[in-house]
Design a protein around this ligand. Structure first.
Ligand SMILES: O=C([O-])CC(=O)C(=O)O
Ligand SMILES: [Mg+2]
Length: 387
């Protein structure tokens, strides 16, 4: 059994939206295929992965460095002890050969994307949904019912309050009961009006989370905290720079309600620093580390170990990114849920066809691997790459 080749193609996931920091007019993602020589149901097993929105495709790094390390490795060195499947941790160590610690920039995205494809292949070779494989391996009870919330509420040209309200209404109509909108891309008073408008629209039917995408300095973060704390928000997300742990810790003094952050922390060491120094409170705050941006599930498992050491429950994690990989981790390892972008980043985000949101939850179908084959529009792109 061996990996025959790894393929990558960079695909557009552009849209005319903007958050407080970036617009998505040139956004791309890397689609990766890990092609194995294993045959299941008369077909070659291929694992697929892609990176989350917010960072760009990583074709350069994948092709110049990471792919080659796998292709050059002794195939047996990538297998488990029984030699009946790939060992994702051994593949991961091979990917990271001759990489220094620290400075977790774009390479964590490249490795996370390949790692997703490796886990997809491993679960397909085992002929199980990834969430069931994870639950068995790491001794959790699988729960195919996963909480999901609707992320949107972006700024875009000509979008007025009624368009924002209509967008949020459409999420409620699709079964969500937590919705998220952007802040920090307008003045504080304009953002307050946007928030009031959304709260008026959703009433008691849903809760609202807000996301500043790391835009604020400490003073602005506190000014916003004073405005936001008057509302019953689900969370106040990424107020300041993701690596400014002191800002996050000081903010807690001004914001007693739930805060969320972590989508731009790309290693277990950075996550550990957040838990040590960021003033995040295990009884109410939320952690959004996204394996597809941060060296993949092998690294995410180390991040979960750090949570355990710091006294955090896994159900405080609701990852960023809206992909099926994190849905599987949530269902298999007991995370608190997953993000979802009902109208964005298609066909990469979302759920297998026919999976509907009901009262804020989806139920995972029993598809081998991550479940990409259950989503026709996505699987079409994948098949074009490698089958
Ligand atoms: O707008 C983005 O970059 C995405 C984001 O922060 C989120 O989904 O939380
Ligand atoms: Mg965010």
């Amino acid at each position: 059994m061996k990996i025959l080749e790894i393929r990558e193609v960079t695909k557009p996931i552009a849209s005319p939206i903007r958050n407080a920091y970036i617009d998505f007019s040139k956004m791309t993602t890397s689609l990766v295929a890990v092609v194995t020589d294993v045959v299941r149901d008369g077909k070659r097993v291929v694992g697929y992965g892609f990176n989350s929105n917010g960072r760009y495709g990583q074709g350069g790094l994948i092709r110049e460095r990471f792919m080659q390390r796998i292709v050059d490795a002794d195939p047996v060195s990538l297998l488990n002890d029984q030699q009946d499947n790939l060992d994702p941790h051994r593949v991961w160590s091979t990917l990271m050969t001759n990489e220094k610690p620290g400075g977790h920039g774009e390479r964590s995205v490249a490795v996370g994307t390949i790692d997703m494809a490796v886990w997809d292949a491993v679960a397909k070779i085992a002929n199980k949904p990834l969430f069931r494989l994870l639950a068995e391996r790491y001794k959790h009870e699988a729960n195919p019912k996963v909480f999901v919330y609707a992320a949107g509420g972006y700024y875009y040209p000509g979008k007025d309050l009624s368009a924002l309200r209509a967008e949020m209404r459409s999420y409620l109509d699709r079964g969500y009961n937590v919705v998220k909108m952007k802040i920090g891309g307008a003045s504080l008073s304009d953002d307050a009006k946007r928030i009031e408008a959304v709260l008026a629209e959703i009433g008691g039917q849903a809760q609202l989370a807000v996301d500043a995408n790391g835009r604020f300095d400490l003073d602005t973060a506190i000014d916003y905290a004073r405005m936001l704390r008057a509302y019953p928000l689900f969370w106040y997300e990424e107020a300041g720079d993701p690596l400014d742990y002191r800002l996050q810790a000081v903010l807690a003094d001004y914001y007693p309600n739930p805060m969320a952050t972590g989508e731009n922390l790309f290693s277990h060491q950075d996550a550990r620093n957040l838990l040590r120094y960021g003033g995040m409170r295990p009884d109410r705050d939320w952690l959004q580390f996204d394996c597809a941006l941060s060296y993949g599930l092998c690294e995410y498992l180390r991040t979960l170990d750090e949570l355990k050491i710091a006294g955090w429950s896994f159900d405080r994690c609701i990852p960023h990114g809206g992909h099926q990989m994190s849905l599987n981790i949530a269902a298999g390892l007991g995370l608190g849920g997953n993000e979802s972008y009902p109208d964005l980043f298609q066909p990469y985000g979302g759920f297998p066809d026919g999976v509907a949101v009901e009262n804020g939850y989806v139920t995972m179908p029993e598809l081998p691997g991550i479940g990409f084959e259950g989503k026709q529009a996505l699987y079409r792109e994948m098949r074009n790459l490698a089958e």
